[in-house]
Design a protein around this ligand. Structure first.
Ligand SMILES: NC(=O)c1ccc[n+]([C@@H]2O[C@H](COP(=O)([O-])OP(=O)(O)OC[C@H]3O[C@@H](n4cnc5c(N)ncnc54)[C@H](OP(=O)(O)O)[C@@H]3O)[C@@H](O)[C@H]2O)c1
Length: 278
């Protein structure tokens, strides 16, 4: 019996696939449009689309476990088909936003809560992996690649960016170790860094200078709106660019607890992604 990794070309899905292969697991990788050369040799690759129920039964047949991205529109139907196909355990990539006091009015939290609920209602064993703000969000800073500059209204705004490998390592541990069934694990990153410090880490990884140019809030809003939905932009502006960490009484980081090592730092992430900024 094997594990299906949905979205195996994604940042987290890809790292989950790598982790399972390193552990010697039998893995089936899915993508909506798999291309030759996307995956390591020997990996079974299938086409699956969470919006296309006709694509599900075949990819789920023979699978004991599933790594899943949150797609609330079809979560109940997908989970039921998975259960009927004999899947025993789903590890869901959820979000730490579900833990926020204002989760009821937070659209991102609501999308993830809907999928968590669907899994619980269908009654499949499940583990929720709930990461905070992804370090890969920084890949939106395209001007670093093209002009070696970040234009921001809030250079001293802080976040605790999470390396996708931390998220994947927690997910892989949950897939391999059945004692994590019914658990929920927050993955919270190595600690606050400012935008300026992130730019410095990327510059260090590139071995080239990168400038930070301060712009007014309206210019910054316009740049954000080119990339992000309005509610998210408004939240970011309200917090003056910062992404607050979860209070310690709401969640602790699963990385040290489950993996016995510290969370990866933004500097490590920047080194792993230097080529993305070249
Ligand atoms: N960004 C954050 O700060 C943050 C924080 C907390 C949680 N999250 C969660 O993490 C997710 C992003 O993870 P990531 O960075 O790994 O994303 P990513 O790199 O964009 O990968 C997303 C994967 O999902 C697959 N996918 C998209 N639509 C699909 C569909 N309809 N059916 C099947 N597969 C589909 C894509 O595969 P193909 O294109 O190959 O089909 C892709 O591999 C968010 O959507 C959110 O749920 C994000």
């Amino acid at each position: 019996m094997a594990t299906l990794v949905v979205g195996a070309r994604g940042h987290v899905g890809g790292a989950v696939l790598t982790g399972l292969l390193a552990a010697g697991e039998v893995v089936r990788a899915s993508s909506r449009a798999p291309q030759p050369g996307d995956f390591p040799e020997g990996v079974e690759v299938v086409r699956a689309d969470l919006t296309d129920p006709a694509s599900w039964p075949e990819v789920l047949t023979g699978m004991r476990k599933v790594f899943l991205y949150a797609h609330p529109e079809t979560a109940t139907e997908f989970t039921a088909v998975a259960r009927d196909a004999g899947v025993e355990h789903v590890v869901l990539l959820s979000s730490s936003s579900v833990l926020l006091p204002d989760a009821a009015s937070n659209p991102i939290a609501q999308r993830h809560i809907a999928v968590e609920r669907a899994l619980d209602e269908i009654g499949l064993a499940r583990t929720f992996v709930r990461p905070g703000y992804f370090a890969t969000n920084t890949l939106r800073w395209r001007s670093i690649r093209t002009e070696r500059v970040l234009r921001t209204a809030f250079p001293d705004a802080t976040s605790s960016p999470v390396h996708e490998r931390d998220i994947a390592d927690v997910a892989v541990r949950a897939l391999l170790d059945d004692t994590h069934r019914q658990d929920a694990h927050a993955v919270l990153g190595a600690g606050p860094v400012t935008q300026r410090e992130q730019v410095a880490a990327i510059a260090e990884a590139l071995g080239e200078p990168v400038r930070v140019d301060e712009v007014d809030v309206d210019t910054y809003r316009a740049e954000l709106l080119a990339e992000l939905p309005v509610p998210l932009v408004e939240r970011l502006l309200q917090s003056r660019g910062s992404v607050p960490s979860l209070p310690a009484d709401l969640a602790t980081d699963a990385v040290p607890e489950m993996l016995g090592r510290p969370a990866l730092t933004f500097a490590e992430w920047a080194r792993d992604h230097a080529t993305d900024f070249r």
